[in-house]
Design a protein. Structure first.
Length: 255
């Protein structure tokens, strides 16, 4: 990983990242580990998660804490977050990164499919925030970063559920920021563009699609997970102490 800014205030911070085994989440796990934070992450992809832990242990001499967990299982999710208060004494930063952007036609999705989309993309984020805020409120300090998408700004086809959920997440973040700022809790949202993760490259970001993307942006080049992780580092650090309720777009100028 290239050398970027070091944030001394992140050292020792207890960070929880959902969906941290692959893609943007995995790069965020590594980025915070390299800032000497205490990193925990949850995911359903156990093989990828263990591989990430082994890699970081080999490179850094320490591995993040991994919990195999489906974030749509709300009771289990909330129980785990609550346990962090006991195991680590506090939770400083929650990053809600888990998502599923599977495409579907507005005319074909049924009620269960719609509910499933909301469960992973919106419900899990709200209930993770709820549990985290309970811990943070008692300490009168905390930081929540919710991962949205520029798709809420451009409204692409075949993604009505995902766009609806991420749009709601933006409003949720603003509401939480306003309500819990008095407790020293900050809530911000990151809206990435088309990031070249393994999943996107395998399913949708074909060479042809990338050519069209490059025509639509101001800055040429690949949008990488580290570009998103760097914003998360800044928002989690004390350098952004007076920033809350904001949306940060990282899309090379697409929007």
């Amino acid at each position: 990983m290239p050398n970027y800014a070091t944030y001394p205030s992140l050292k020792g911070k207890v960070i929880l990242i959902t969906g941290g085994a692959t893609g943007i989440g995995a790069v965020m796990v590594e980025a915070f580990m390299r800032q000497h934070a205490e990193v925990l992450f949850i995911d359903i992809q156990e093989e990828a998660a263990h591989a990430l832990c082994s890699k970081l242990h080999d490179e850094l001499g320490k591995a993040p804490d991994f919990k195999a967990l489906d974030t749509t299982h709300i009771e289990e999710l909330q129980s785990f977050i609550s346990s962090i208060g006991q195991s680590h004494g506090r939770l400083d930063v929650l990053i809600n990164n888990v998502a599923n952007d599977t495409r579907h036609s507005p005319l074909d999705i049924d009620q269960q499919g719609w509910r499933d989309c909301m469960a992973v993309n919106l419900d899990s984020t709200f209930f993770a925030c709820q549990s985290a805020i309970r811990l943070m409120r008692d300490k009168r300090n905390g930081n929540i970063i919710n991962m949205s998408s520029i798709n809420v700004l451009i409204g692409p086809k075949q993604m009505p559920g995902y766009v609806a959920a991420k749009s709601a997440l933006n409003g949720l973040s603003k509401s939480l920021a306003n309500q819990y700022g008095e407790y020293g809790i900050r809530v911000n949202t990151i809206l990435p563009g088309w990031v070249a993760t393994d999943r996107q490259l395998a399913l949708w970001l074909t060479p042809e699609a990338d050519k069209e993307w490059q025509k639509s942006v101001a800055l040429r080049g690949s949008l990488e997970p580290i570009h998103v992780a760097n914003m998360a580092l800044f928002l989690a650090a004390e350098d952004s102490a007076m920033i809350t309720g904001q949306q940060f777009v990282i899309d090379a100028g697409r929007t």
